[in-house]
Write a new protein. Structure first.
Length: 329
């Protein structure tokens, strides 16, 4: 993204934040737009500017920061539990296999530190993570959405819970629908939020089974486009644990609607991407966005992200406000 485009996005964001300060809208779950407008009025600008310093140097950080928020919300709700470090007595969510490829924790720590200097002990790590996910998407060309705040931080983080509750990249459509329904998310939310794969990368070891041993007979997944499978085999050799592949080849650093075009062409990287063609509702959405150039995707994504960001939140006197996002007080 060119520097002037980034500057424009930053200026637009500033105007949106200023406008939100005049709102005072509460949700049934206790979250509220403008929750910190009296106690920490510069909060969103601090988060945005600090994050901008990182994204402007490395756009590839947007995808893992978005993924981090997703992984947080699917385990114990959006309570910042994914940020907690393991101890000698507890293996935290970070230790779970699906979370071992997460990165960007240093970015959250830097933003938390900047916020603490201005507003000590007031802002939760869970709220910071929700705002970071939104701003990271915005900075790479994605939509803006309001983030109601007032979340509190959880005190529990367990690797086994993360392993059990996070949707798997190997999951079929039935399992994916069950995973999302368990969190109060619809089938539409499933196919919309899968669109986050328009940015980021996947590790070759995740896709290897589709390429080399799909049914245990040394075969290739027949749902994968043969030309794309051949391309991936050149990139991902058997037993390769280090190489990565772009989720959306050609534009993996830019948030756009191209994901649905590649899924429609049977070029989704993960089995969970391909699974979207195995259900009438998700398939219809994929076809619509691929044929209509994502005409409603940005708005749909904003709405689903706002909904996801309110899963099982802690508010009021629940939980705590962590001083350090990686450590329970």
């Amino acid at each position: 993204m060119m520097a002037n485009q980034k500057l424009l996005l930053s200026l637009v964001f500033s105007q949106l934040v200023l406008a939100s300060f005049f709102l005072d809208l509460s949700n049934a779950n206790g979250l509220q737009l403008g929750f910190y407008k009296k106690t920490c009025p510069d909060l969103e600008l601090i988060v945005h500017r600090t994050l901008f310093g990182y994204i402007s140097r490395d756009q590839t950080l947007a995808a893992p920061l978005l993924r981090m928020h997703f992984h947080d919300c699917f385990v114990r709700g959006c309570d910042g539990s994914v940020l907690i470090n393991s101890t000698t007595k507890n293996q935290a969510e970070k230790a779970a296999i699906p979370n071992q490829t997460l990165r960007g924790f240093n970015v959250i720590d830097a933003i938390k530190s900047a916020v603490e200097k201005k507003c000590p002990g007031l802002v939760s790590c869970a709220d910071i993570l929700a705002m970071v996910a939104r701003d990271a998407v915005l900075m790479v060309g994605g939509p803006y959405w309001d983030v109601p705040t007032g979340r509190r931080d959880g005190r529990v983080s367990n690797s086994l819970e993360a392993l059990a509750q996070l949707p798997s990249p190997f999951a079929d459509i039935t399992t994916l629908k069950q995973n999302f329904a368990a969190k109060g998310l619809s089938v539409k939310d499933l196919v919309v939020l899968s669109g986050s794969h328009t940015i980021g990368i996947g590790h070759c070891f995740v896709v290897a089974i589709r390429l080399y041993n799909f049914t245990g007979k040394g075969d290739t997944d027949p749902s994968l486009d043969p030309n794309y499978a051949a391309y991936l085999k050149k990139k991902c050799k058997p037993g390769d644990l280090k190489t990565v592949a772009e989720m959306d080849p050609g534009s993996f650093k830019t948030f756009d609607d191209h994901y649905y075009t590649i899924v429609a062409k049977r070029r989704g990287l993960f089995p969970s991407d391909a699974a979207l063609l195995d259900d009438s509702e998700t398939k219809a959405y994929v076809r619509l966005q691929s044929h209509m150039h994502g005409y409603s995707f940005a708005q749909d994504f904003a709405e689903s992200m706002k909904k996801m960001g309110q899963i099982e939140v802690l508010t009021g006197k629940q939980g705590e406000i962590r001083k350090n996002c990686a450590v329970v007080n």
